[in-house]
Design a protein around this ligand. Sequence first.
Ligand code: OOB
Length: 540
Amino acid sequence: MTGAAQPRTAPLDGVVEFPAEFAERYRTAGYWRGETLGALLRSTTARRPDATALHTTSGPMTYAELDRRADRFAAGLLELGLHPGDRAVVHLPSTPEFVVALFGMLRAGVVPVLCLPAHRQTEVIHLAELSGAAAYLIQDLDGGFDFRELAATVRERVPSVRHVVVVGDPGPFTAFDSVDADPRELPEVDPSSVAVLLVSGGTTGVPKLIPRTHDDYAYNTRTSAQISALTEDDVYLAALPAAHNFPLCCPGILGTVAVGGSVALLTDPSPESAFAAIERHGVTVTALVPALTRLWCAATEWEDVDLSTLRLLQVGGARLAEADAVQVRPALGAALQQVFGMAEGLLNYTRLDDADELVTTTQGRPLSDADEVRVVDADGNDVAPGEEGELLTRGPYTIRGYYRAAEHNTRSFTPDGFYRSGDLVRRLPSGHLVVTGRIKDVINRAGENVSAEEVEEHLALHPAVRQAAVVGLADDALGEKICAAVVVDGQTPSLPELRGFLQTKGLAAFKLPDAVHRVATLPLTAVGKIDRKALRALIG
Ligand code: OOB
């Protein structure tokens, strides 16, 4: 249904493009093949129309059916009045509708802004405003939360949002199932245009948007699939939220579709529900954060299930302790693959034929020969081999700038286009990286990135709080827990009170502090910034 006669999608404003000589190099080397993500599904469907694309609660959905539904959804979106190049905030749990909507949007040239299910009002309004979203896609209810109420607020506060599309009972909005029209000629989507806007963990007050192009994301997907040896015989379980880069594309859902395998989706990654899904669908590959990995390994002690189909467990998002890494094979019977990635681009994988020692003690090496990685000291000079430093990177699938964030980009990228990851690493002679810490102030709580500044900003709104600072402290169960230090007038608000207050401000549950400490003053650095290192020592 791609019509050559249709106009090409116009480039989005506020995107930092790859410099021409790099784009040229990546094309010539064959990293960028001029393919769109919508076409990925098309070619698998042509090859394997009757194979199972998705396992749904009402049975298997074939590639032919997924392809048809994606086309009908794309046509339905255009009929609704959306235009190629429009943005739409997608706020759906991991369901078949997520996959249909994603491919439909990719084919219509409508750019999805991929919110995580746990995001709430603050994040959604910010992302809708920043992207100038024309539509907001939600599930009616999820985990006891009514997204239609949130949608009403979003519409009120963000005038660009003209349409709310609801999976389930639509209330006053548009039903997902009604976004359905006979396939029509679809716009020609430029492979170098932005395919998706991913949401960053964020180092500043609010999340940033990460523009990933069809070309770069397709390369990311295809090569990840090769590294994980994914084939049409694989059944991939999306246990983490589908909107996250890891289960979406590393190789995840998109990688599985690219090779013609089957995808099973999970909204609850607890061992009980995940193990049942693995047994039911014969899952071969899945991806987890370290906290869940530990939980799953422990649960094999009491859950009596057959996990023998599982061949590969990918673990990433936060540092996996060696003690947990060595448990994976004995407990789950699957090989371990560590993945150190970032939505901004660079992915590191341990390889399937790496020695056990590398797999359990490193976070892998870059996906591509064209990934440029530098490890630098505080002055930006390369450290000696094996020494710790900040990871800077540039390459065929790493962004050159956040979306509509010119000022921020001058800090997050070097003048020659390297992304400053904020991660501290050591590089081994084999090229494998060991993540040793982070210089940016993002707290990694159970694999979720939480910006210290964002929580601080909200805490400071409490009437009794004069000043607030937030740091992550090591925690056995969570990796890091969120600890707030507050300077207060009068009585110190209790932890439950502060959490309740932040929730009324619309902060997502995973960002709420796990502990609160009263301090007389906050330690400051020489230039007057909060000295988190000193603070950690104070309250840790
Ligand atoms: C993944 O992506 P993001 O964008 O949610 O978070 C990226 C940050 C990294 O900069 C690093 O600080 C941390 O999360 N991280 C790890 C890690 N993987 C990510 N820290 C230590 N060890 C690891 N294995 O989290 C992500 C994206 C794609 C694949 C996997 C993870």
